[in-house]
Design a protein around this ligand. Structure first.
Ligand code: SAM
Length: 230
């Protein structure tokens, strides 16, 4: 494994999840940039390879807590996660008995997910991984819940993510989207409403453990949108 890792337990409402993460995201990004010469940078869109997947973002905690509070009711329901990274909401849903498909486009996500599935005594029967790039018109079918956390951080994301979220919903499906209030959030919600979704929102304050970018502040407010296909 090319990263330094650390392992901790996240308590999401009544559900505890053990999770292995990249120990220091900034260090991992610096390492990646050092290793890429100008020629390689032309060939690959380096941003795509940034290991943003490797830490638990506050939005994932907020979505996971919301999922955890659904409890036994989630048993047997189908759940799809887009841009899952370490897939905390997927791990919580799988622990509650849902049939979960976690997706991302980063080539290193499956290794991390396999380790974290193991740490939580889950198997492929609970949670499967599929490589899925929301920029491509590809369908994985429809699901009871389609979830995503902190997946709106580039200008192209609102349009592509709204389309991908909607493409996996049928009448009655729910979307759960967590975001720390990035500038692209509202246009994604507007796009989903225009596609026929009813939208509700609440704000949740959660620990922000990996980042010191907010100075002394050790929590982050997350906007959690729940949307239902009419
Ligand atoms: C900020 S991280 C959030 C990870 C995780 N959802 C969380 O909240 O902890 C953004 C994630 O979106 C994924 N991602 C970015 N662009 C993507 C795309 N076009 N298709 C699928 N996943 C993508 C990244 O690989 C990364 O895992």
């Amino acid at each position: 494994m090319k990263y330094d890792l650390k392992k901790h337990t996240e308590q999401l409402g009544p559900v505890a999840v053990t999770i292995e993460t990249i120990a220091d995201l900034d260090q991992a990004i610096n390492k990646l940039c050092d290793g890429v010469d100008d020629k390689a940078a032309e060939a690959v869109f380096v941003e795509d390879l940034c290991p943003y997947f490797g830490v638990v973002w506050p939005a994932a905690r907020a979505v996971s807590e919301h999922v955890a509070r659904m409890g036994e009711w989630l048993k047997g329901k189908t759940v799809l996660e887009l841009g899952c990274g370490l897939a905390l909401p997927s791990l919580v849903a799988a622990k509650l008995g849902a049939k979960v498909t976690a997706t991302d486009f980063h080539p290193e996500v499956p290794d991390f997910l396999a380790r974290n599935v193991g740490h939580n005594a889950l198997t492929d029967a609970n949670l499967v991984y599929k490589n899925y790039d929301w920029r491509k018109d590809e369908s994985l079918g429809t699901f009871d819940f389609v979830v995503g956390s902190d997946i709106l951080y580039e200008a192209s994301h609102p349009k592509d993510v709204a389309k991908a979220l909607a493409a996996h919903c049928t009448r009655g499906s729910h979307i759960i989207l967590g975001d720390p209030g990035r500038v692209y959030l509202q246009s994604c919600i507007d796009a989903l409403v225009a596609l026929g979704f009813r939208s509700d929102m609440f704000i949740k304050e959660v620990p922000d453990t990996h980042s010191d970018r907010a100075g002394d502040k050790k929590t982050q407010e997350v906007f959690v949108f729940t949307l239902q296909k009419r």
